[in-house]
Design a protein around this ligand. Structure first.
Ligand code: DX5
Ligand code: ZN
Length: 236
């Protein structure tokens, strides 16, 4: 599968990439949930991996990622909230990952981690916790395909969006442009239809949404609503 990770979001009339987070799905019906996503306008499927060490929660691991990929027709956007990601990235690639994102805070050798992911043929992302300043990415920004700004503290779905994220998006956008980087900006945590227009206006290219999609009465319609927001909508 070719990952449609094209850098076309400098022109903001474009629609954001929508990456629903499977963490909020019904795990007892994972195949049905993945097939449901296949039929929507979602672009990617966000897969949250938690190790109980880097974040204070466990989610699931490589066999579940593999099971998701066997039914998914969309690229898997794998978010590794784990320590020592270098031990597992190859296994996640084999389990169907197309984009692999590691955490800045978990990677003392981030440059090596990013090269490892790219050498496997995956797109490479780096995620930043809410307290980590965007400027920390200055010397890696040219090498990454995606920067994931955490708009909640990683570890749980359904948390409240942190408002400081808008400011971080704008600083990151400037850094990306100053460094001639092609990185896309992904926002993860507490995304909903109220903050999505403002996020896209600030410069977000990719929106992850878990609870807002899966706890809604109409997940497919909710995904379409997120996809069709435009920065020209009034800010909320
Ligand atoms: C948080 C995860 C998120 C989470 C988002 O640790 O990285 O991807 O699934 O869930 P919501 O959209 O419910 O905040
Ligand atoms: Zn995530």
């Amino acid at each position: 599968m070719v990952v449609p990770l094209v850098h076309h979001f400098n022109f903001h009339a474009m629609k954001p990439i929508i990456s629903p987070s499977i963490l909020a799905a019904d795990f007892a019906n994972l195949q049905i949930e993945v097939e449901m996503l296949n039929e929507t306008v979602a672009d990617w499927i966000h897969v949250d991996i938690m190790d109980g060490v880097f974040v204070p929660n466990l989610s699931f691991g490589i066999p579940v990622c593999d099971a998701i990929s066997r039914h998914a027709t969309k690229p898997l956007d794998v978010h590794l909230m784990i320590e020592h990601p270098e031990k597992y990235v190859e296994a996640f690639k084999d389990a169907g990952a197309h984009i692999i994102t590691v955490h800045f805070e978990a990677c003392p050798h981030l440059h090596r981690n990013i090269q490892q992911i790219k050498n496997l043929g995956c797109k490479a992302g780096v995620a930043l916790n809410p307290h980590s300043h965007v400027q920390l990415l200055e010397d890696i920004i040219e090498d990454v395909d995606v920067v994931c700004l955490m708009s909640v503290n990683p570890g749980f779905g359904g948390q409240k969006f942190i408002e400081n994220t808008y400011k971080k998006i704008m600083i990151l956008k400037e850094l990306i442009s100053d460094c001639n980087s092609n990185a896309l900006i992904e926002i993860d945590g507490g995304v909903n239809i109220h903050n999505a227009p403002k996020l896209v206006e600030a410069g977000a290219d990719i929106l992850v949404a878990g609870s807002f999609v899966f706890k809604s009465n109409d997940p497919a319609g909710t995904i379409a609503d997120l996809k069709n927001i435009s920065h020209i909508q009034p800010l909320q």
